[in-house]
Ligand binder design. Structure first.
Ligand SMILES: Nc1nc2c([nH]c(=O)n2[C@H]2C[C@H](O)[C@@H](COP(=O)(O)OP(=O)(O)OP(=O)(O)O)O2)c(=O)[nH]1
Length: 149
């Protein structure tokens, strides 16, 4: 078997004892088809990399509730569960955890996104996202956004 996914799968099977961590993220899409990404602030893990808004799902929350909460906290915008469309997901082994990250698409929200946590924001077309360094888990999502949005 020569295919690339077969070879890559051999290397990825080392997750072992790492906890699976559920993080929810969203592609906020504007009328021009651009997607909002935010730069992780200094001091955080993977500081300086660009990511989709979102965060960890707390105990007792649904993924959608967590995302609505994170969008308010990080960007001061309001959206609703009915405006969150499941798009794809990332499943990636980091050194300390295995990240499971559903990615939603959202085109309807209220308010203008403002960086509540001092993070830099950018509206970027999926074809241009490769110019913005992102966490390794996010890399496969870029091509999916290009195809699915
Ligand atoms: N929000 C978001 N998180 C991402 C993306 N890609 C990716 O690997 N992550 C990782 C980074 C973090 O380890 C985790 C999100 O955690 P978080 O934003 O709620 O909290 P944090 O960075 O303060 O995490 P921590 O210090 O508590 O580990 O998911 C992404 O596109 N968006």
């Amino acid at each position: 078997m020569e295919s690339g996914c077969w070879q890559a799968g051999e290397r990825a099977e080392t997750a072992g004892e790492r906890p699976v961590v559920l993080v929810v993220a969203v592609a906020l899409v504007d009328v021009d088809g651009r997607v909002l990404i935010a730069k992780r602030p200094p001091g955080k893990k993977m500081a300086g990399l660009w990511e989709f808004p979102g965060g960890k799902v707390d105990a007792g929350e649904t993924p959608e509730q967590a995302l609505i909460r994170e969008l308010k906290e990080e960007l001061d915008i309001d959206t609703r569960q009915s405006c969150l469309a499941p798009l794809t997901f990332a499943s990636h082994a980091y050194d300390d955890m295995h990240l499971l990250m559903p990615l939603y698409a959202c085109r309807v929200w209220q308010g203008d996104p403002v960086p509540k946590e001092g993070q830099e924001l950018a509206w970027v077309r999926p074809v241009k996202m490769k110019d913005y360094p992102m966490p390794p888990a996010d890399i496969p999502l870029i091509a999916m956004l290009r195809d699915l949005l």
